[in-house]
Design a protein around this ligand. Structure first.
Ligand code: SF4
Length: 180
């Protein structure tokens, strides 16, 4: 059976592979069972995206790549400007995972025959769009290697605990790997 990977896991994997497991578990719980501050922030960001009714924009559209075996949802594709925009609560630090996500979406759209000429992050905290270059061939190769790494990862293997990351993790109160 073919295994398609969710694009969001490309970022989560860099942060901590175990967070992917916890995300899957708590994704299916009721909001009042577990809903952290960060998740509430994510919900507000999602509402903000959904409430923008510009008819030129494709919001939350599903995309996939047969070649890379990945799928996901884009935040916003501005058809007038052929610009793909990924919303983040903040991009003060643009983590590598953010780039993998938007490059993956770009690749999916391109494979689906949609022309993308521009890429940008939108920083929700400061209400600012930050344009970034289209990925080079080397960067697309790097993305492909990362996708294969996640697809082939053994989730039963030991994870390296990074206390600094755990302190920022939205699952820290629920994760049995840490005990603060
Ligand atoms: S609390 Fe730490 S070990 Fe647990 S999922 Fe988060 S980052 Fe990973």
């Amino acid at each position: 059976m073919e295994f398609f990977l969710a694009i969001t896991t490309l970022n989560d994997f860099i942060f901590c592979p175990y967070s992917i497991y916890l995300h899957e578990i708590y994704n299916y719980t009721k909001e009042d069972t577990y809903h952290s501050k960060s998740q509430s922030k994510g919900r507000r960001l999602h509402d903000f995206i959904e409430n923008d009714t510009n008819p030129n924009d494709w919001k939350s559209a599903f995309v996939y790549s047969e070649k890379l075996k990945i799928y996901g949802k884009i935040d916003d594709y501005d058809t007038a400007n052929r610009e793909l925009i990924e919303y983040k609560s903040t991009v003060a630090t643009a983590f590598k995972g953010y780039y993998y996500q938007i490059w993956a979406q770009y690749l999916c759209l391109s494979e689906m025959g949609i022309i993308v000429e521009k890429l940008a992050f939108y920083d929700f905290r400061v209400s600012k769009k930050i344009e970034i270059p289209l990925p080079s061939n080397d960067q697309l190769l790097e993305l492909e290697c990362h996708v294969r790494k996640v697809q082939q990862y053994d989730f039963n293997s030991e994870i390296k605990i990074n206390p600094n990351k755990c302190r920022r993790c939205i699952y820290q109160n629920l994760c049995e790997k840490v005990n603060f």
